[in-house]
Design a protein around this ligand. Structure first.
Ligand SMILES: [Zn+2]
Length: 169
């Protein structure tokens, strides 16, 4: 899909070409990298249950999702977890309970561009279930599902399907 971009932002010619992996370049010397972006996905856990959200926007509207999001410039993975959980759920993260579990690559399709990501998975254990404010726009529903009843194919992204298949087995 990234080859839909044809016009070079430097010289204006329709000579921009996509290398099918990570960069656009033009005869005029212009180069633009679409490097792998870091993102976090947090398995919020209470006992044997996992907290999931239902996506209210594309890509993958209607599918289940783990809390998380893209890392901002200058952030650590842990800081991204803390910021995203506060923005999405108003949860104040205690970093001593956040545990890094591993990483998996993913492709995030958004408005005609494929973003290659490296998703960092974390587990965050909470003492009590919580129900976030339903007015949060990115989320249409939140659910607590016992680990044994999670269907990985209901998840929005391949990296999450793969990770949860392993995590819940
Ligand atoms: Zn050019």
């Amino acid at each position: 899909m990234n080859n839909e971009l044809k016009y070079c932002p430097a010289c204006g010619g329709d000579t921009l070409s996509w290398d099918l992996e990570k960069k656009w370049s033009c005869n005029c010397g212009f180069v633009l990298f679409n490097n792998v972006a870091a993102a976090v996905a947090v398995i919020i856990r209470h006992g044997d249950e996992i907290f999931l959200t239902r996506r209210n926007q594309n890509p993958q509207k209607g599918k289940l999702d783990l809390a998380g999001g893209f890392t901002d410039p200058g952030e650590t993975g842990e800081e991204t977890c803390r910021r995203e959980l506060y923005e999405e759920l108003k949860l104040e993260v205690d970093l001593s309970r956040l545990k890094y579990m591993g990483s998996l690559p993913n492709i995030y399709h958004y408005k005609g561009i494929d973003y290659q990501t490296l998703d960092l998975f974390y587990e965050y254990t909470v003492d009590a279930r919580f129900e976030p404010d339903p007015e949060i726009s990115e989320i249409s529903e939140t659910v607590w599902i016992p680990k044994s009843r999670i269907q990985p194919d209901d998840l929005a992204f391949d990296s999450q399907k793969k990770f949860l298949k392993e995590y819940c087995s």
